[in-house]
Ligand binder design. Structure first.
Ligand SMILES: Cc1cc2nc3c(=O)[nH]c(=O)nc-3n(C[C@H](O)[C@H](O)[C@H](O)COP(=O)(O)OP(=O)(O)OC[C@H]3O[C@@H](n4cnc5c(N)ncnc54)[C@H](O)[C@@H]3O)c2cc1C
Length: 426
């Protein structure tokens, strides 16, 4: 499938330097086959090729078709969970390494952008996690303590200082994380693909893997037009699995997130709306996000999809939200609307599956995949060549179905619709 307005919206309209890929035709041989052309698969292909390993990446649709081309573009450091929660869930050894490696993940993203001259609206001015209540403020204070104890450049701003950076007094305070920033997410995926090609990786799009079997010397991967023989396989299909991978992702709780973008705002207005171009989101359970793109469009997002009547409901909510949070913008139309499916787990920790000695997958970044996808792609590349399981700072977990996972997804969807129907009416 190709990008559509409702799936990739603004990002497909403005991403630069789309790479040219061919469909897989005939038979090819590689040391490692990578399945999926999002951040994980592209970073794996790039780092394999850079290390001189032969590698073929197969993408079912187009590069960035999954979460990589639909997301908010916040390049965050670490997971949603606070550091001490990460340690209590995965243990001290994995936990401290995971926190350190993902805390440094924006560094890897922005250094690749510099190294390969990726044109993706990259800003690294810090992000703002905004307290929308007293409880949210307390939680951010605790988050600040835990990160500062680990030496991270994170500080909680009081209402006035936060208002200056945000351009709104809506929030009680905001946690500024100077490690983080924003990108044009599809543009970043395009850039990773071009970098991987430059290093010698073979990338194919419109080539869904429809069969995967063990065969002499490794694995045979079938697509409608051809076949790849590879010694090792990295699976990187995350929340958009096609064909043979539907079973591998039974532990995902689907969670939709939509975004609407205004036309470019006037320069005078832009002086007071996120004037430092920081990406922002809030502490509400049904969270909202706010960011600008390069042309000065304000992009507002929240939980839910925009199919059918949800389009009108969530478009009306977005307009009310802009009017309340950034009244200086005045009446404004919304030019683009799109949504995607986030792969969540019940404990918010990503999963590491080893399906065979020579086939592995890291998945479910719980809405934080730009940094983690880039990092885990690099680590999977090492693990599959001259590394060990210990290169991946996660416990190996079995693929287990989450009970009633679709009902959980529907619960989030219904909850967000009621919330968006009712919020900010007065
Ligand atoms: C709406 C939304 C907002 C988000 N906001 C943020 C954010 O602000 N910051 C952040 O860090 N993260 C965010 N995320 C999460 C982030 O986008 C994902 O974690 C990230 O894209 C995961 O990367 P990936 O490469 O593992 O998977 P994906 O990007 O989902 O890529 C998987 C690819 O595998 C392909 N595929 C599937 N099956 C097959 C097959 N059989 N054969 C070949 N290819 C196949 C798919 O077509 C797809 O292109 C958001 C996600 C969404 C959906």
């Amino acid at each position: 499938m190709a990008y559509s307005d409702i799936s990739h919206g603004l990002w497909a309209a403005t991403a630069k330097d789309k790479p040219v890929l061919d469909k897989l035709e005939g038979e090819q041989v590689a040391e490692v086959a990578v399945i999926g052309g999002g951040y994980t698969g592209l970073s794996a292909a790039l780092h394999l090729a850079k290390a001189g390993r032969s590698c073929i990446m197969l993408e079912a649709n187009e590069v960035g078709f999954g979460g990589a081309g639909r997301n908010v573009g916040l390049v965050n450091a670490g997971l949603w969970l606070m550091p001490e929660d990460v340690i209590s869930l995965v243990g001290h050894d994995h936990g401290e390494t995971l926190i350190r490696v993902l805390g440094a993940s924006p560094e890897l993203v922005y250094s690749l952008i510099d190294e390969y001259d990726i044109s993706c609206e990259a800003w690294r001015h810090g992000t703002l996690h905004c307290a929308d209540s007293g409880a949210g403020y307390k939680a951010l204070k605790e988050r600040e303590r835990q990160w500062q104890e680990r030496g991270a450049p994170v500080s909680l701003l009081e209402r006035d200082a936060a208002a200056e950076m945000l351009g709104t007094r809506t929030f009680r305070g905001a946690l500024l994380d100077k490690r983080a920033g924003t990108v044009q997410p599809l543009g970043y995926a395009f850039g990773l693909a071009r970098a991987a090609q430059k290093e010698g990786a073979v990338l194919c799009d419109r080539s869904p893997v429809i069969g995967l079997d063990k065969c002499e010397g490794g694995f045979c991967l079938k697509t409608p037009g051809g076949q790849v023989r590879a010694k090792k396989v990295i699976v990187a299909v995350q929340g958009y699995p096609e064909q043979v991978f539907r079973d591998q992702v039974k532990n995902i709780v689907p969670f939709n997130y939509f975004q609407f973008a205004t036309p470019p705002l006037d320069n005078a207005v832009l002086k007071s709306v996120l004037p430092g171009r920081n990406g922002a989101w809030d502490t509400n359970l049904i969270l909202s996000s706010y960011r600008l793109d390069e042309s000065g469009r304000l992009i507002v997002g929240s939980v839910g999809n925009i199919e059918g009547f949800a389009w009108d409901l969530n478009l009306a909510w977005t307009k009310r939200t802009i009017a309340k949070v950034f009244p200086q913008i005045g009446d404004v139309d919304l030019e683009y609307g799109w949504y995607g499916r986030i792969a969540m787990t019940t404990n918010h920790i990503p999963r590491f599956h080893v399906m065979d000695k020579d086939m592995a997958m890291v998945t479910c970044y719980n809405g934080r995949g730009i940094g983690p996808g880039t990092v885990f792609g690099k680590l999977l590349a090492k693990y599959m060549t001259d590394g060990t399981r210990e290169d991946i700072p996660l416990p190996v977990s079995p693929v287990q179905a989450v009970n009633f996972r679709h009902l959980r997804g529907l619960f989030y969807e219904a909850g967000s619709r009621v919330y968006h129907f009712a919020q900010r009416r007065i």
